[in-house]
Design a protein. Structure first.
Ligand code: MOS
Length: 721
């Protein structure tokens, strides 16, 4: 009687039709019509100082303008925690419009609300602002005097030692010291940040583009000091986020404040320029690796130094050494992190925060070490394979990295790789092959899922509900597949409800954790329901329910958070990328012609959406390697390429055929479904694999991202950088 198992089979997205037909509603799509007012945020023209005078009279008198808020007349919001937790997350400790101080260019200094967005924008252009400017710094180099050592990131120490690095490095047979640089990168989601806020009898409803529905609701409740029951946050679809929609940016609170003043719904949508300037970026990093090894390739010493930036008032240390401290087995390790303070919005999480820049530097350094040792790059990694976390000593719960190398080598044809650089040429291009390891922790931040069944006209229908957001990852589909299997009910009879804070609470859609948080909760709720129905294990729940004659039944389950480890195990995912590039030396053009990637992320529930996640991550990696860089101009104190014409991301022509496979080994120590997340691992290591392939093609080692034609040509002239 049980329905055929769907877990691991190629099911198409349940929301696919809605998305391709435009029926899927994103935050700014709700409540179209004349009752809605439009807010535009005005940003500071300077990157540091104070507002000495702000004249809003002309703006207030402009056609259609309904309200102008500045620090002089805005609401005072209660402050929120800046760390991610159960409640709402403030992007910065300072609340919006709280005083006349300016900490970065583009910082919101006024909100203009009007009948139309165009009128609001025109009104904002009429506001006259006088500033008293401070000296500002927007690059690490300008801020060297502010350097300090941050203590920790999310409770993990950032300065740490094990063994004796100095002695081991001095005694090593082979040593490598190399410096790598990564630029400011941006999450740059397709959908800009958008909010519609509406008050009805003291109740606040907010349509918001978010990855943390429950957090936003809690944050609004705190900020406006109203009961949580009086807040509803709605977000059925999110058009990408990549870390940038976990915190509550000013437009959320300000749209809600303006809506309360006006007694009308207010809509605020950031421009692309606002997004790139005022929504947090990934910091610039300067990383130095010092590696010591014995002649057989065994790593004996590793020092990883990182210099990155944070904002003037808050701390965010892109946590690079969380990865280097355990990816390979190294007895003598020293991690050092330094920060400088510059005039930018507080940096935050972007697409594998920590792992993505670390893996560029570490996996490039491993390639350089392999060359020095005259070893195959994969052989060097096998030699230093770690069975457990070097710092905590806890074994990995389930690790199949060696198998990823095996499968990747085979699918790519790595055995045919000539060891020497500049060995392969085709037409006007040199051809090179490079590889790198991918890795990302296993997180499970917890969710409550409610599963209910009802008998409607003789047919059993199920609803699966939790207040998570499907940020494009496939959560709707994955939950439908999981519920179908465990209830014994076809997918067509299951509705998945997400995207509303009134549903059972669910963690942030970040840290690649939501599948591991929600799928086991579906299983738990189904087990609970089986108990309630008193039905045997081999009977389908749906059939038992139908036989019981009941009209409806429901059960819930809550999963307990796990942040990368428990008492016994480290939970970590792994993978390997093998890349082919073609480099035209005359013009410095680097093109990626082939990628083979193999992953070990536990059991795969929904292969189609998993594959799409992996590919998405790998495409991010191509962007990180070749194109992406937000460039700050010290004179004007803001990015000069804050739009999609200037901030380059990969397009179809930049992306080759990507061969993605996975090992599908369940990790039952992590949760009873055996799944780990896979949203972010795809990006990790790609940039290094590409840089390593460029070296193999040309003999030119590029240690600074992005690997632009200009940098390649400059390196040729001056020798390897
Ligand atoms: Mo991701 S950068 O944890 O949303």
């Amino acid at each position: 009687m049980t329905a055929p198992t769907l877990i691991g089979t190629a099911v198409s997205r349940v929301d696919g039709r809605k998305k391709v037909t435009g029926a899927a509603k994103y935050a700014a799509d709700f409540m179209k019509g004349s009752q809605i007012a439009h807010a535009v945020l005005l940003g500071s023209a300077v990157a540091g100082g104070r507002i000495t005078k702000i004249d809003t009279q002309n703006a207030e008198g402009a056609p259609g303008v309904l309200l102008v808020l500045t620090h002089k007349n805005a609401d005072r919001f209660k402050s929120l925690p800046t760390d991610i937790g159960q409640g709402g997350v403030a992007p910065e400790s300072r609340t919006p419009l709280s005083d006349n101080c300016i900490y970065y260019a583009g910082q919101c200094i006024a909100v203009v609300v009007a009948e139309t967005a165009e009128q609001a924008r025109f009104g904002a252009s009429l506001i006259q602002v006088d500033y008293e400017k401070d000296n500002w710094a927007v690059t690490i180099e300008e801020a060297a005097g502010t350097v300090y050592k941050p203590k920790q990131f999310a409770h993990e120490p950032l300065q740490l030692k094990r063994g004796d690095f100095d002695s081991a490095f001095a005694a090593a047979d082979v040593r490598l010291e190399a410096m790598y640089r990564t630029p400011v990168e941006h999450s740059c989601a397709m959908e800009p940040h958008a909010t519609i806020a509406e008050w009805t009898n003291g109740r606040l409803r907010v349509y918001n583009s978010t990855q943390f529905i429950v957090g936003d609701a809690a944050g609004l409740s705190t900020a406006f000091d109203i009961p949580l029951d009086n807040v509803e946050v709605i977000c059925p679809f999110t058009g990408g986020m990549f870390g940038s929609k976990a915190a509550m940016f000013p437009q959320i609170l300000l749209a809600a404040a303006a809506a309360r003043r006006l007694g009308r719904p207010v809509r605020a949508v950031l421009t692309r320029q606002d997004v790139l300037t005022t929504i947090p970026h990934r910091t610039q990093t300067i990383q130095k690796f010092e590696l010591g090894a014995s002649v057989d390739g065994t790593l004996t010493a590793m020092r990883h130094y990182t210099l990155s930036h944070t904002s003037l008032q808050d701390e965010f240390a892109e946590p690079t050494n969380l990865t280097s401290r355990h990816l390979y087995e190294v007895p003598n390790y020293h991690g050092v992190h330094e920060l400088v303070r510059i005039n930018v919005v507080k940096p935050a999480w972007v697409r594998a925060p920590g792992e993505a820049p670390c893996q560029f530097a570490l996996e490039s350094a491993m390639d350089e070490l392999a060359l020095r040792l005259r070893m195959d790059p994969v052989a060097l990694r096998r030699r230093n394979h770690a069975k457990g976390h070097g710092q905590t000593g806890k074994p990995y719960s389930s690790k199949y990295l060696l198998e990823c190398y095996d499968v990747g080598e085979q699918r790519f044809g790595w055995q045919n790789r000539p060891a020497a650089p500049r060995s392969m040429r085709e037409g006007d291009s040199l051809v090179g092959w490079g590889m790198a390891t991918a890795t990302y922790p296993g997180y499970l931040m917890g969710a409550t899922v409610r599963v209910s069944l009802e008998n409607s006209g003789g047919q059993v229908r199920a609803t699966v509900a939790t207040a998570g957001s499907d940020v494009g990852t496939g959560l709707y589909t994955m939950l439908a597949i999981t519920a179908s299997d465990h209830l014994g009910l076809p997918m067509e009879q299951i509705e998945v409800k997400l995207g509303d804070s009134s549903l059972p609470p669910c963690a942030v859609a970040g840290g690649s954790n939501l599948t591991a948080s929600t799928a086991p909760a579906v299983l738990g709720a189904c087990r609970e329901m089986r108990k309630k129905l008193g039905c045997a294990d081999d009977v389908s729940i749906a059939s038992a329910f139908q036989a019981s004659g009941m009209g409806a039944i429901e059960a819930t389950c809550q999963t307990t958070p796990i942040f990368g480890s428990n008492d016994q195990f480290t939970f970590q995912s792994f993978g390997a990328h093998f890349v082919e590039v073609r480099v035209n030396e005359d013009i410095g053009r680097i093109r990626v012609s082939r990628i083979v990637s193999v992953f070990d992320c536990g059991r795969i529930i929904s292969p189609k959406t998993a594959r799409s996640q992996y590919i998405g991550g790998i495409v991010f990696g191509i962007g990180q390697a070749l194109l992406e860089e937000l460039v700050y101009d010290p004179q004007i104190g803001r990015p000069i390429n804050a739009d999609l014409a200037g901030y380059l991301v990969p397009v179809q022509a930049d992306v080759p055929d990507i061969d993605v496979t996975w090992l599908d080994k369940p990790d039952f120590h992590f949760n009873p479904i055996g799944c780990r997340g896979l949203g972010e691992i795809g990006i990790t290591g790609v940039a290094a694999a590409i840089a390593n392939a460029v070296f193999h093609a040309t003999g030119v080692r590029l240690r600074e991202l992005p690997l632009s034609p200009e940098k390649f040509l400059a390196s040729q002239k001056t020798g390897p950088r």
